[in-house]
Structure formats: structure tokens, C-alpha cells
Design a protein. Structure first.
Length: 189
């Protein structure tokens, strides 16, 4: 049996996209980044959109919906308000769960939810104990955890998509927040 080596596609051109692509390349993985996005999606088995919020990810990925079937789609977004003091939308769900509904043909994984963008500069934030990786697709989660093994981060199994909101709250509560601490929302306590 031949096992395909995953190719990681990073969508975006900003600081987080460049940092993630660089981090995974340094870890020895084949990485596609930049554009055109259609080509990056087509050539990748793991796709990481680096946009603000789940709405941005849905908008960015919608044109390539048919090409996401069977691919691991990694959600790194958090549903924060502009001031990063609260969540947008209901407390019952999380961005990764919302993306799973929007792209049911993809294999959703949530990761890097409890680290701010400054933590991707190559030096892990000392306040980040672990990066919690969540998914209902156990094989996709294991694959992504394996891809993260050679990165500067310690990634652990954070449970299923039902844990999305809990993991996303970690950043707002100061758990791995690169020095940015906010008051906990009363509903999070």
C-alpha cells in the first residue's frame, strides 16, 4: 500500500500565511502557498485558509468547494469581536463546527485557536502550554497532529468539534494569548 505524503496548502499572503507556510516547510513538509488559490487547493491534501473569521473562510473557499472533497480543511479562525473581548454569534457553536456545516465534503480540523498571530514568528509563546487540535474525523486529526510534530508547537488532541467553542475561548481567557489578556465573558466562566 502506498501512502501519499500530505501537501499543505496555505491560502493567504499576510503575516500568518507566510509564517505557517514557513513553519511547515521548515518542519520538512511540502507546502503550496501564495496563488493562484485554485491551484493551491488543487495541489494540496491539507488546506489552511488564513482569513479573518469563518465568514471570510467560507467566502474564500466557496469557489473551490468541489475540490475540497476528502481534503483536510484546517480552521485557524476564532469568532472574536473587533476588540477581541467577546465572541460574535452564539456561544453554543464554534468556527470549526460552522465551517463543517458549510463544507461537509471536507475533513474539518481546528487548530492554533489558542495562539495569537505573533506566536507564529518561529518562537512559541511561553504562555501556550499546548495547541489543542479538534476534529470529529479521527484520521484527519491524527494526520494533522503528525504534520505538527516537527513544528515548534506542542499539539495535542483537544477532542471533537463539540469542543470548538471551549478551545476558541482559551485565547480570550489568556491561555496562550501572546500577552493579550481579556476579561472572561460571564458565559465562559
Amino acid at each position: 500500500m502506498t501512502t501519499q505524503t500530505p501537501t499543505i496548502g496555505v491560502l493567504g499572503t499576510g503575516a500568518i500565511a507566510v509564517a505557517l507556510a514557513t513553519m511547515f516547510a521548515r518542519a520538512g513538509h511540502e507546502v503550496r502557498a501564495g496563488g493562484p488559490y485554485e491551484q493551491v487547493v488543487a495541489e494540496s491534501t491539507v488546506v489552511i485558509p488564513t482569513v479573518l473569521g469563518v465568514e471570510g473562510a467560507v467566502q474564500q473557499l466557496r469557489p473551490w468547494r468541489g475540490r475540497l472533497g476528502g481534503k483536510i480543511l484546517v480552521d485557524i479562525t476564532n469568532p472574536f469581536t473587533g476588540g477581541h473581548v467577546d465572541f460574535v454569534g452564539p456561544w453554543a457553536t464554534g468556527n470549526t463546527a460552522d465551517l463543517a456545516v458549510a463544507f461537509p465534503e471536507a475533513r474539518l480540523v481546528g487548530a492554533f485557536k489558542n495562539v495569537w498571530w505573533e506566536g507564529f514568528d518561529g518562537t512559541p509563546d511561553p504562555s501556550v502550554q499546548d495547541i489543542h487540535v479538534i476534529s470529529d474525523d479521527l484520521e484527519a486529526k491524527r494526520t494533522f497532529l503528525g504534520l505538527c510534530a516537527a513544528t515548534p508547537f506542542t499539539c495535542v488532541d483537544g477532542g471533537g468539534l463539540d469542543q470548538a467553542r471551549r478551545v476558541e475561548r482559551m485565547a480570550l481567557r489568556g491561555v496562550g494569548s501572546a500577552g493579550v489578556f481579556a476579561e472572561a465573558h460571564p458565559a465562559a466562566a
